[in-house]
Design a protein around this ligand. Structure first.
Ligand SMILES: [Zn+2]
Ligand SMILES: [Zn+2]
Length: 316
């Protein structure tokens, strides 16, 4: 990563933008502007006096203003209807323009991230038994949430079906918890399979990995893993060949025509995506692999090369 020339949209080096947050007056301002939004609609514009009053901070106006100005241009924007000096504003997000302050998109994203990783009550740990047998040994699949990771693993043979950074709210939900985790993971994998970082929309690089090099348990049950990473923000994930090809329109259509919707089925319920049993490694230098799906008496064969291009496509 080349951090020397990297700037935030507010034209600050990333560390400088982060250091702006190291003050409780400023974090209170950001939170207050976020609370004023109430979760929907364009960010409301709060006049200076209203904003100060809502923060509940017992400090004089000049000190409050100093900290507000420090945030302005990076996490907060000033709206001044008289000067129309709103080049920095998200003017498309209409609404009456009054004199005041509101969150910039960076401030909204920052607070949204904090909210996404916060829940009411205890969501630090969870354990759930899945209504799905292990594709390798018919053992019981267990979903566990710990240290912000949701993992699905066979309780008998230890094969790891899923391992994903997951916000606690999904896991703490009492209803439909597994469906939500499955949908969240599928959407993340889909982005990685498509080559677009789900955090920053940057391009992803890719690398085929020998299972033994990945640290995954039971690497003896795997053939290969595709590691994809974003050089811009550092986001990364590992995909099986089947998970990668679940973004392929031909695979989606083949399965759908035979009553299987891979766009809604949890990945751990798809043997060809959850395991490598349908995968054949043809060559390793460079890598070429084949996925063979047998469904309703028909067969789909897809071949992928090291650049992740589908180089073979055959129905039988
Ligand atoms: Zn098992
Ligand atoms: Zn990224």
């Amino acid at each position: 990563m080349d951090d020397e020339t990297r700037l935030t949209y507010g034209s600050l080096p990333p560390e400088a933008a982060l250091s702006l947050l190291g003050n409780d007056v400023r974090t209170t301002i950001l939170w207050t502007l976020s609370e004023a939004r109430g979760g929907d609609g364009p960010p409301p514009i709060l006049p200076f006096s209203t904003l100060k009053e809502r923060t509940g901070l017992d400090i004089d106006s000049s000190r409050f203003n100093y900290h507000l100005q420090e945030l302005t241009g990076t996490f907060v924007e000033r709206v001044d209807p008289d000067t129309r000096d709103d080049a920095q504003l998200v003017s498309g997000m209409a609404g009456p323009k009054t004199d005041g302050f509101r969150l910039r998109p960076e401030g909204t994203t920052l607070i949204r991230t904090v909210r996404a990783w916060s829940i009411d009550g205890d969501g630090s740990r969870a354990r759930v038994e899945l209504d799905q047998e292990c594709h390798h040994c018919d053992g019981t699949l267990i979903g566990r949430y710990e240290n912000a990771i949701f993992a699905v693993q066979c309780d008998d043979c230890d094969y790891l079906y899923d391992y994903n950074l997951t916000p606690p709210g999904i896991v703490a939900a009492s209803d439909g918890r597994l469906d939500r985790v499955a949908a969240f993971n599928r959407q993340q994998r889909r982005a990685f399979a498509s080559g677009i970082c789900p955090l920053c929309a940057g391009p992803l690089d890719s690398e085929f990995q020998e299972p033994a090099e990945t640290g995954y348990p039971r690497s003896d049950l795997r053939s290969v893993l595709i590691r994809r990473g974003c050089a811009h923000c550092g986001n990364k994930d590992n995909l099986t060949v089947g998970e990668f090809l679940c973004a392929d329109a031909g695979l989606i259509a083949f399965c759908h025509e035979r009553g299987l919707d891979v766009t809604t089925t949890p990945l751990w319920e798809l043997p060809f995506a959850a395991t490598d049993r349908a995968v054949t490694v043809e060559t390793t230098d460079p890598w070429t692999v084949t996925l063979q799906i047998d469904l309703a008496g028909d067969r789909l064969v897809l071949g992928v090369d090291e650049s992740l291009a589908v180089v073979k496509r055959r129905r039988a």
